[in-house]
Design a protein around this ligand. Sequence first.
Ligand code: MN
Length: 252
Amino acid sequence: MAKPLEEYNRKRDFTKSPEPAGQVKSSGGARFFCVQKHLASHLHYDFRLEHNGVLLSWAVPKGPSLDPKTKRLAMHVEDHPLDYGEFEGVIPEGYGAGIVMLWDRGTWTPETSDVDAALKKGDLKFTLDGFKLKGSWVLVRTGGRYAGARSGQEGRSWLLIKHRDEWSGELDIATFAPRSVKSDGDLEDILASDTPAVWLSNRPAKGGETGALLAELIERAAGRKAADTKRSAKAAPAARGSRKTAPAKKKR
Ligand code: MN
């Protein structure tokens, strides 16, 4: 068996990416889960469950659905380090280049005593207690027969399905609650707080719907940053005079 997080670490250059380097560790108490909205070459949602010191990870192109009738394709991808679960920001280049938003987080409880056996079988039932996602869910491996799976990725395709309970319903949660649970920002805010022009030479998504969305985000975030810079330059002399106590901590 491969070393834990080997694939995660191999794909990244940590001198160029703000993402955390991979280390196996445990959160100690309840099992952590998160969903990261990731605008890279395509917009998708990365669904992650803490298990054995890493985050088991699935990329869900359309995001989780609260409707039990709507089964969402979930591509099983490499394990991520536990520290990744709090990551939000801009990946300027390389693997996964784009914008990452922490869309939901909380704890999860397996509805089985043997998670490894459930994963091996391809049928993992669990309960989520997040801000947006709650109640009972299942991840089921499809055996690669699912039409949405790209060739060469057979066996990696699973379905994420909500079980019927008090937390299921027809509400489109991705549209209803699109913002970050960490910063309350949207993708544009996350980009604007970083460097909006970061990919002008080499954008993660160039064409299609995602490319157009990214181009718009970059333009708006750059516009906002320019306006902010102008405003703070103007306001600076007055602010300096009137401020009696310096703010303890402005920005982390
Ligand atoms: Mn991703």
